[in-house]
Design a protein around this ligand. Structure first.
Ligand SMILES: Nc1ncnc2c1ncn2[C@@H]1O[C@H](COP(=O)(O)OP(=O)(O)O)[C@@H](O)[C@H]1O
Ligand SMILES: [Mg+2]
Length: 326
């Protein structure tokens, strides 16, 4: 069976006065139905642009997007409206993504209205169901989003995303703006919904402790490119790319006696504008050598574990023979 989503060599460039900004630069992956791909990396590495390009909220510069085996890179208007039902987004900031002049029920009902597929009575019924699904009591029906706390506002965002019964949801930092105590509630809700409805998620975050909890696979991005991709447990157990190592070493360790070497990242993030051909992490990498300035390839270093670093084997003391699928 075809994967639910397949992204091939996707590029999204923005023209800027200083040159071409490579926000997403040759990203490829496949995602099976019911699974979660975590996308991590520092602010500005292209996570949101990747999500938005897949959802056609912005046009791709190059590459291919396939949904359920169909090429949807350049959809017709009709296909696009169908895709809007199947593919949805949950935003980080429920403050700015919700219209302050619409009540909770109006906000959730809006996509139903726009679809023109439901009678008034059906819309009311469905809105009630959606509110119950995301744990919003009916007493909030006529309340306005700004009267609610961040967790409840994010529940509205989730209900709205679920309204038309999507198969796939891009979750763009959905808990980053929430208190830690509320983050777990929202993550649990998202996991329950995934299980009940076989939803497929791309889960974008700069917070690695969150992504570990929710993802089947994790993709680490740096300046528009994938530097490492592996099943979640493997990525945390056996981190291979120098950037991922630095990123992971910055996560607080809960156990008092736990030891982890903090790997400092020197230098600044280089610019995604007119990038040079080699590894984009060279300016900050402690292992940089001459060959790092040549173009890098995302290579399967271990089964299902891909790394874009020409020094990966040396740094991690991996022999050539480990390579290949089992
Ligand atoms: N509409 C746009 N026009 C120009 N540059 C953009 C636009 N949207 C995003 N960018 C740039 O693309 C890069 C990636 O941004 P973004 O996808 O928002 O990163 P992230 O979500 O990982 O923080 C950044 O350098 C950002 O400034
Ligand atoms: Mg973002």
């Amino acid at each position: 069976m075809a994967p639910l989503l397949e992204v091939q060599h996707l590029k999204k460039y923005f023209k800027t006065p200083r040159g071409m900004l490579h926000a997403v630069d040759d990203v490829s992956f496949t995602l099976d139905a019911g699974k979660t791909l975590g996308v991590v990396g520092e602010s500005g590495c292209g996570k949101s642009t990747l999500g938005r390009t897949i959802l056609h909220l912005t046009d791709a510069t190059d590459g291919k997007i396939l949904f359920e085996g169909r090429d949807i890179t350049y959809p017709t208007r009709r296909e696009l409206s169908q895709l809007r039902q199947n593919m949805q987004i949950i935003f980080q900031d429920p403050y700015s993504s919700l219209n302050p002049r619409m009540s909770v029920s109006e906000t959730i009902m809006e996509p139903l209205k726009l679809s023109k597929k439901y009678s008034k009575a059906e819309m009311i019924e469905r809105t009630k169901e959606l509110m119950a699904t995301v744990g919003l009591a009916e007493r909030f029906w006529n309340i306005y989003p700004h009267e609610l706390d961040g967790g409840r506002r994010q529940r509205i965002g989730i209900a709205r995303a679920l309204a038309l019964g999507p198969k796939f949801i891009v979750c763009d930092e959905p808990v980053s703006a929430l208190d830690v105590s509320i983050q777990a509630q929202i993550l649990n809700l998202m996991l329950d919904l995934q299980e009940e409805r076989n939803l497929t998620y791309i889960f974008i975050t700069h917070d690695l402790s969150v992504v570990k909890y929710i993802s089947d696979e994790i993709m680490v991005m740096y300046l528009g490119q994938v530097v490492e991709k592996a099943p979640s447990h493997e990525l945390f157990r056996n981190t291979l790319h120098p950037y991922s190592k630095a990123l992971l070493s910055a996560i607080p360790i809960p156990k008092v006696d736990a030891q982890r070497e903090l790997i400092p990242m020197k230098g600044e993030v280089t610019s995604p504008i007119n990038p040079r051909p080699g590894c984009r992490f060279t300016a900050r990498c402690p292992y940089v050598e001459e060959k790092c300035h040549e173009p890098q390839v995302l290579e399967e270093i271990m089964p299902n574990h891909f790394v874009s670093c020409c020094r990966c084997r040396e740094i991690n003391e991996i022999s050539e023979t480990v390579k290949g699928r089992n």
